[in-house]
Write a protein that binds this ligand. Structure first.
Ligand SMILES: *[C@@H]1O[C@H](CO)[C@@H](O)[C@H](O)[C@H]1NC(C)=O
Ligand SMILES: *[C@@H]1O[C@H](CO)[C@@H](O)[C@H](O)[C@H]1NC(C)=O
Ligand SMILES: *[C@@H]1O[C@H](CO)[C@@H](O)[C@H](O)[C@H]1NC(C)=O
Ligand SMILES: *[C@@H]1O[C@H](CO)[C@@H](O)[C@H](O)[C@H]1NC(C)=O
Ligand SMILES: *[C@@H]1O[C@H](CO)[C@@H](O)[C@H](O)[C@H]1NC(C)=O
Ligand SMILES: *[C@@H]1O[C@H](CO)[C@@H](O)[C@H](O)[C@H]1NC(C)=O
Ligand SMILES: *[C@@H]1O[C@H](CO)[C@@H](O)[C@H](O)[C@H]1NC(C)=O
Ligand SMILES: *[C@@H]1O[C@H](CO)[C@@H](O)[C@H](O)[C@H]1NC(C)=O
Ligand SMILES: *[C@@H]1O[C@H](CO)[C@@H](O)[C@H](O)[C@H]1NC(C)=O
Ligand SMILES: *[C@@H]1O[C@H](CO)[C@@H](O)[C@H](O)[C@H]1NC(C)=O
Ligand SMILES: *[C@@H]1O[C@H](CO)[C@@H](O)[C@H](O)[C@H]1NC(C)=O
Ligand SMILES: *[C@@H]1O[C@H](CO)[C@@H](O)[C@H](O)[C@H]1NC(C)=O
Length: 588
């Protein structure tokens, strides 16, 4: 036999063995050969090794065709090197071994009479003793639930420090460290039922359902994917993320790409511990995902390469007797979830909230709600999790050693980083304005040259030509006031379209709506690099914003000043107060 033929028959042999529905005892997968897999009968799912990022470690996973993992042997940190293997032993165990031959994970199913292993078309890996299933991946979930998997009250999903559990009363819960409960969703309170043996299941259409005989129709809908019923062939699945949020995703077979279609917490910063101990979760204008930072310059990150690992004090409180002060964090709270003892919750004023914590040696931080309740929460635990957002009606205090050193306002850092981008924005602005003016001149000239004698156009002015140009549509006008509004509109829209931040630029549909006057046009923010350079107390922002527009639209109404104007205005002001209060707190 020629070597090629031999290779070909070997290839055929592997194809045949890997595609067969049952896995025979003695079969092995090796990490060195990721193409080697155990597939489900119709190839919807497969068991195989996958590389962790670009590292030399591998995890053993069950995957949806295309590479979306739905189950992991052990957990995400259970990895082997490239000499690792996954074996179905004649004794009935599934075993993950690393290169040195040590057992990294075991199904612990020896001596249960297991005769076969198989992976079905729903993604369930099962060990059977001939008649019944003695072990299955669906009964031992890791961080994912797929359709046809019945999740019961004694099961748990785990991801890093986060736990998802389904309670016997029908509540769904998320906990940090299996103790602090930061999400607890119950049944509709108008429904009075005592459940008997509820199970949680995800339907193919993307509906998350609780099944129990106590429900009048046998089931209860908890949540639905936002692509419900769109393309019946998509796989929807639920996953507890490493960031502590619980989400539903949707994926098409063979693509390997996933789309989020539902999430338990809409505000990621409400996930306890997302930014680690002493970490502060914030949103910034340039991205919708939250950032983790430290409360002030009295702190430093635990790991400079991973801001989610939290912060530590540069000088510990213990080595600071009699010299501690309270750092003030405006619009900030320390997340407050059960279990919380009564001795940690008070109803007193803002300054008492600060002083109480300062005087108690066990207290490390406090949060005072300014929502009218006057509630004060003292934080005595070893682990606190912060959230700062201009919309939060609360002020928080953190004990630090010596003088409080607030973070510099975020704008200053950016302004330094983006001097070049400031120049670029100016160039773009000038080019756009010159081009616009040039086109207006050319259009006006053309009109004057060809139509000056035509009685039909005799009454039209250059405004109409500009409007025709700007809107791209023939002008049919009767009333001159409306015309100038449309010109203003077109120019305002053009300013939105040249925003530095892609996220701030409107979509094409929105542009059309704004041009047609269907949706309102807010005043566009002045370009970022320009506004942020102007933070220390000057008013370049507002004057440049208004003057840029008033050049073109003297009559443009400005009922609501632009949102970015407001938010930019908030942060320097807040941090200014911050400095003031922090220093006043140093006074005896
Ligand atoms: C294999 O696992 C053992 C025990 O967990 C560990 O000591 C060893 O370093 C691992 N070897 C490799 C090559 O990863
Ligand atoms: C594979 O089988 C499952 C379960 O019967 C079915 O839902 C799915 O549509 C099948 N997929 C293909 C590609 O035939
Ligand atoms: C398989 O396991 C079930 C339950 O553990 C047991 O009732 C049954 O007798 C076993 N069957 C065989 C063939 O061992
Ligand atoms: C889940 O529960 C349903 C209904 O009780 C049952 O038909 C189905 O076989 C179960 N699925 C698994 C994988 O056990
Ligand atoms: C992963 O599994 C190991 C034991 O195999 C365990 O020590 C570790 O705590 C687990 N980690 C997570 C995040 O579940
Ligand atoms: C995590 O939980 C364990 C008990 O479940 C507790 O002993 C430990 O202190 C907790 N960790 C933190 C940082 O709270
Ligand atoms: C179940 O969730 C509801 C909120 O939806 C909550 O009020 C109730 O206390 C929860 N029950 C338990 C036992 O956690
Ligand atoms: C609870 O059920 C009532 C009556 O079925 C319904 O009107 C209400 O919208 C439900 N509430 C929620 C939050 O789903
Ligand atoms: C549920 O159980 C409680 C106590 O066990 C009982 O008081 C209540 O009437 C029950 N509710 C229903 C709807 O059965
Ligand atoms: C951070 O990353 C850099 C480069 O990747 C590395 O040199 C440094 O040691 C890392 N620092 C920590 C604390 O891990
Ligand atoms: C208190 O802090 C100041 C500087 O902030 C330092 O000079 C002084 O030595 C400290 N006193 C004590 C008792 O630590
Ligand atoms: C804003 O968020 C982006 C992405 O998360 C980050 O790279 C950037 O440093 C953040 N800017 C500030 C001022 O924190």
């Amino acid at each position: 036999m020629k070597p090629q033929n031999l290779l070909f028959s070997l290839f055929l042999f592997f194809t045949v063995t890997t595609a067969q529905p049952t896995i025979q005892p003695g079969t092995t997968l090796s990490a060195a050969n990721p193409g080697q897999t155990w597939s489900s009968p119709n190839n919807t799912f497969y068991v195989g090794f996958s590389q962790v990022g670009s590292s030399s470690s591998y995890t053993l996973t069950i995957n949806y065709n295309g590479g979306v993992p739905i189950w992991t042997a052990g957990n995400a940190t259970t990895t082997v090197d490239s000499k690792g293997s996954f074996q179905f032993l004649p004794s009935g165990n599934l075993r993950l071994l690393n290169g040195s031959g040590s057992v990294v994970w075991d199904s612990n199913t020896a001596r249960l009479g297991v005769t076969t292993a198989s992976l079905d078309d729903f993604g369930n890996l099962m060990l059977k003793n001939g008649t019944s299933t003695v072990w299955s991946s669906f009964d031992n979930p890791t961080d994912t639930i797929v359709p046809n998997q019945n999740f019961s009250v004694n099961q748990v999903l785990r991801s890093e420090s986060y736990y998802f559990r389904f309670l016997s009363n029908g509540n769904l819960t998320l906990r940090w460290n299996d103790t602090i409960l930061y999400w607890n969703q119950g049944l509709n309170s108008s429904l009075h039922v005592n459940l008997t043996s509820p199970t949680l299941g995800l339907q193919r259409t993307g509906v998350l359902t609780i099944f129990d005989v106590a429900f009048p129709i046998g089931s209860y809908t908890v949540a639905s994917s936002n692509d419900y019923d769109e393309g019946g062939t998509r796989l929807r699945f639920l996953r507890l993320g490493k960031d502590g949020n619980f989400r539903m995703y949707s994926t098409a077979i063979g693509t390997g790409t996933i789309t989020m279609v539902w999430s338990a917490l809409t505000d990621q910063c409400e996930v306890f511990g997302y930014c680690g101990n002493m970490g502060i979760c914030r949103y910034n204008e340039s991205s919708s995902s939250p950032n983790c930072g430290c409360p002030s310059e009295n702190f430093e990150p635990v790991d400079v390469n991973d801001s989610r690992r939290g912060c530590k004090r540069k000088v510990e409180i213990e080595s600071c007797v009699g010299n501690a002060t309270m750092l003030v964090l405006d619009n900030a709270k320390f997340l407050t979830y059960q279990p919380e003892t009564l001795s940690q919750v008070f109803s007193n004023g803002i300054s008492a909230c600060r002083l109480n914590c300062l005087s108690q040696s066990s207290c490390i931080a406090s949060t005072s709600l300014s929502d009218g309740t006057g509630m004060c929460y003292l934080k005595n635990s070893d682990f606190i999790s912060g959230y700062q957002n201009p919309v939060l009606p609360s002020t928080s205090y953190v004990k630090v050693c010596g003088q409080a050193q607030p973070n510099p306002p975020p704008g200053l850092q950016i302004a330094e980083k983006s001097k070049s981008s400031s120049l670029r924005v100016w160039v773009v602005l000038v080019v756009v304005v010159i081009t616009l003016l040039g086109l207006i001149a050319v259009e006006g000239g053309l009109w004057w040259w060809c139509c000056r004698n035509s009685p039909k156009f005799g009454s039209l002015s250059a405004q109409y030509a500009l409007l025709e140009y700007a809107s791209g549509a023939p002008v049919q006008l009767t009333d001159q006031d409306v015309d100038m509004q449309q010109v203003t509109r077109a120019i305002q829209v053009s300013f939105w379209c040249i925003q530095d931040q892609p996220s701030q630029r409107p979509k094409m549909g929105k542009v059309v709506q704004m041009l047609e006057g269907i949706s309102e046009i807010e005043n566009p923010p002045a370009p970022k690099a320009i506004t942020e350079g102007s933070i220390p107390g000057t008013s370049i922002l507002s004057s440049s914003n208004v003057s840029a527009l008033s050049t073109f639209a003297p009559s443009a109404p400005t009922p609501s000043s632009s949102s970015s104007h407001q938010t930019l205005g908030v942060s320097p002001l807040a941090s200014g107060r911050n400095i003031e209060r922090a220093s006043s707190s140093l006074l005896p």
